[in-house]
Design a protein around this ligand. Structure first.
Ligand code: MG
Length: 188
C-alpha cells in the first residue's frame, strides 16, 4: 500500500506558524480560519507584500519554528512499522529553497521519507501516480487527482472546515482518524 502525504497542513503546522509570524512581524492577529491569501486580502488583514514576507519567513525556516501537526510523526512511524510505503508530495520546490527547509525539518524529526517537490501552484497528478492513498489539506490539490489515486483524503484545517466534500474525497479530522481509516481499510 503506497501512501502519499502533503507536507504543510498534514505533517507540519505551517498555518499556526503563519499566524505567529504575522503577530510578531506586523502585530496582526489573523483568525486561523482566515489564514489564506484570498481571505487575508478580502479582510484587509495584511497587504500582499506583508503576506509574502510572512510566507518567506515561515517557509524559509528562519525566524518561526513550524510545529508538528498533532502526532503526525508518531503515526507515520507506526504506519511504516506496518510496512506501508509512505512518501511526501509537496508544492515546495528547490527553486525557492523551501523544499530544503522541509527536508531539514523531517531530518530533525528523524523521519525517513521520500519527498517530491512539485512547485508552487503546480499539479500533483504526475507525482501522485501509483499511490493508493493521498492526503492533502487543500481541496484544490485533491480534486484533479480523482481517477488517478483511488483513495483521496482531505485533512481538516481551519481554512477547509466548511468546504463541501465532492464525491470521491473523504474528510479526516486528525491523525488518529487518518490512521484508523487506513488500518481499517475504510476505502469505499
Ligand atoms: Mg498543504
Amino acid at each position: 500500500m503506497k501512501i502519499g502525504l502533503d507536507f504543510d497542513g498534514v505533517i507540519a503546522d505551517s498555518l499556526a506558524a503563519k499566524v505567529t509570524a504575522a503577530r510578531e512581524m506586523f502585530a496582526v492577529s489573523i483568525p486561523p480560519d482566515l489564514c489564506e491569501r484570498k481571505l487575508i486580502m478580502q479582510h484587509q488583514l495584511l497587504t500582499e507584500e506583508q503576506y509574502d514576507e510572512v510566507n518567506r519567513r515561515v517557509f524559509s525556516g528562519r525566524g518561526v519554528a513550524i510545529e508538528e501537526i498533532h502526532q503526525a510523526c508518531l503515526y507515520i512511524q507506526i504506519l511504516q512499522a506496518h510496512r506501508y510505503n509512505i512518501r511526501v508530495v509537496t508544492s515546495r520546490s528547490n527553486s525557492d529553497r523551501t523544499l530544503a527547509c522541509a527536508l531539514e525539518w523531517l531530518r530533525v524529526k528523524n523521519q525517513t521519507l521520500k519527498v517530491s517537490g512539485v512547485g508552487y501552484k503546480k499539479s500533483k497528478v504526475d507525482a501522485c501516480r501509483g499511490l493508493d492513498v493521498f492526503v492533502d489539506d487543500d481541496l484544490e490539490k485533491l480534486v484533479p487527482l480523482v481517477g488517478t489515486v483511488n483513495h483521496l483524503l482531505l485533512f481538516s484545517s481551519p481554512t477547509n472546515r466548511d468546504h463541501e466534500m465532492p464525491s470521491g474525497i473523504h474528510r479526516v479530522d486528525n491523525w488518529w482518524e487518518l490512521y484508523n481509516y487506513i488500518r481499517e481499510g475504510g476505502f469505499r
